[in-house]
Design a protein around this ligand. Structure first.
Ligand code: ATP
Ligand code: MG
Length: 463
């Protein structure tokens, strides 16, 4: 074991729940270390990762020790040697030293074998920066020079990348997402193996793929990650291949569709909804392109993007409600909305089902889109900010912009003698429109009179 004494630069202030976990295991006579993402992120000054402990205890022994010390445990991952312990409200994953057996399906280890040393346990981990163990008294175990790679900001597999990707192809996507989260460079041999091994991603379950793409999209360095790993990512996102190098040939754009998209994602806040919408918003451009001499037009591209995005998110098994919100943003991303109350209420009521949060995300997408085109388009980003201010004023004024807020409802319309059916909705829509346009107050009496006249007009129309 190559332990390194802790130096002033390398002291990790372990939180009390991590210290408590080490203490319980060691008092019971086992060896225990803090490992994985928590150590990596702590050394980078990034907070927030859950604590992982690797130890010499079998999970049953670990469980007995923690329960004797009064902590609750969950057996969620025990098939792979992982016990979850709740300490001071934090879940701590406690895993027996193990090495993974062979992966004949490139997906699950056929069996996990328990091993007796931390060195053997670190050897099965994916990247050197994830294979550092730390203990507050004994210091670091850094068999694979992860500390140096953290210093020089490199993502490198533990051992031969080809072999490691053949064991578990998910590691290829983990490398892409760590690049997006950390902004590190990919070691040359690792990147080249990612490319040559990408077809093994076929064996990875779609749920694991979706999880990694989700994390990649949320990364602080998503533009660079997408641009550098596009040839790998396009194995799971073939839509990216036609965006790469697709010249827009318009005065509004200086980037091809892929790089424009990468910048749009980068310029949106790190929220899942708007980042997925940014990924998809211009996916339809290559198919919708229309040549006009030296320039290209993309009329209707948003609809093509919606179709491609629906297929993609369905393939990725994403929740239908989330998918539909993403697609609503994609559909309207290019619509011009002037920053005045009437226009904003119209979009809110007619296009976004009254969902103010969705409107804010649409503004975020429009702002990022403007910032990622030619520099002369950047002032449009201001309009998107202005739209948010208009929205806030509308919300504060409590003005109606959706059917839910209207002072009459479907039952009121039926009570006027209108037959149940689509006519009820048409009358309510007309009433909302009159309120939004400022032609009617949102008051019951006035709206009932309006609805009655509409109902009558409808009846006359029918005769
Ligand atoms: P995060 O929690 O931010 O996703 P992490 O590095 O902690 O990042 P986890 O999935 O929580 O990732 O895994 C914890 C540790 O287990 C990793 O740091 C790594 O050492 C190891 N590990 C996880 N997945 C794999 C894998 N597919 N192959 C090899 N080692 C892995
Ligand atoms: Mg983790």
């Amino acid at each position: 074991m190559k332990t390194l004494a802790t130096t002033a630069n390398h002291i990790i202030d372990l939180p009390s729940h991590a210290l408590a976990a080490l203490e319980v295991l060691e008092s019971a006579g086992f060896e225990a270390w803090c490992v994985g993402g928590f150590i990596r992120d702590a050394l980078l000054g990034r907070a927030g990762n859950d604590v992982d402990i690797a130890c010499s205890a079998h999970w049953r022994q670990a469980q007995a020790s923690f329960e004797a010390a009064g902590y609750r445990t969950h057996e969620t991952g025990v098939a792979h040697g992982t016990l979850t312990v709740i300490i001071e409200g934090h879940p701590v994953e406690v895993t027996t030293y193990r090495c993974d057996g062979s992966y004949s399906d490139g997906r699950h280890p056929d069996e996990v074998s328990f091993v007796s040393t931390i060195d053997e346990d670190l050897a099965r981990r994916d990247f050197t920066i994830n294979a550092i163990a730390y203990h507050p008294i004994r210091g670091f175990v850094d068999e694979f020079d992860g500390l140096a790679d953290l210093q020089t900001r490199v993502i490198r597999t533990v051992g031969d990348p080809k072999k490691r990707f053949a064991e578990d192809a998910l590691r290829i996507l983990r490398a892409c997402r760590f690049k997006s989260q950390l902004g590190f460079s990919l070691d040359e041999e690792t990147l080249s193996a990612m490319k040559s091994s990408k077809s093994m991603l076929r064996s990875v379950s779609i749920e694991r793929v979706t999880h990694e793409i989700d994390l990649l999209l949320l990364g602080d360095h998503v533009h660079d990650a997408l641009m550098e790993t596009v040839d790998v990512l396009s194995f799971v996102l073939p839509e990216l291949a036609s965006m790469k190098g697709f010249d827009q040939r318009t005065p509004y754009h200086i980037y091809d569709v892929l790089e424009h998209t990468a910048w749009v994602i980068q310029h949106t806040p790190p929220e899942r909804l708007v980042r997925w919408a940014a990924l998809i918003h211009d996916m339809g451009k290559p198919a919708a392109a229309f040549e006009d001499g030296d320039v290209r037009h993309f009329y209707g591209h948003a609809h093509v993007s919606v179709d491609l995005g629906r297929a993609l998110m369905t393939r990725f098994l994403m929740a239908p409600a989330f998918r539909d919100r993403v697609l609503t943003l994609v559909k309207y991303h290019d619509d011009v909305i002037s920053p005045d109350a009437r226009a904003v209420k119209r979009v809110l009521g007619r296009k976004l089902g009254g969902d103010a949060d969705l409107f804010r995300s649409l503004c975020d997408l429009k702002r990022a889109d403007a910032l990622s085109q030619a520099p002369h388009c950047a002032p449009r980003a201001e309009v998107a900010q202005e739209l948010k201010r208009v929205l806030d004023e509308i919300l504060e004024s409590k003005d109606a912009f959706s059917l839910r807020q209207l002072a009459v409802n479907g039952r009121d319309i039926l009570s006027l003698g209108v037959e149940a059916g689509p006519r009820v909705g048409t009358i309510l829509d007309a009433a909302l429109e009159a309120v939004v346009e400022g032609d009617l107050p949102n008051e019951r009496e006035a709206l009932l009179a309006f609805a009655a006249s509409q109902a009558q007009a409808g009846q006359q129309g029918a005769h």
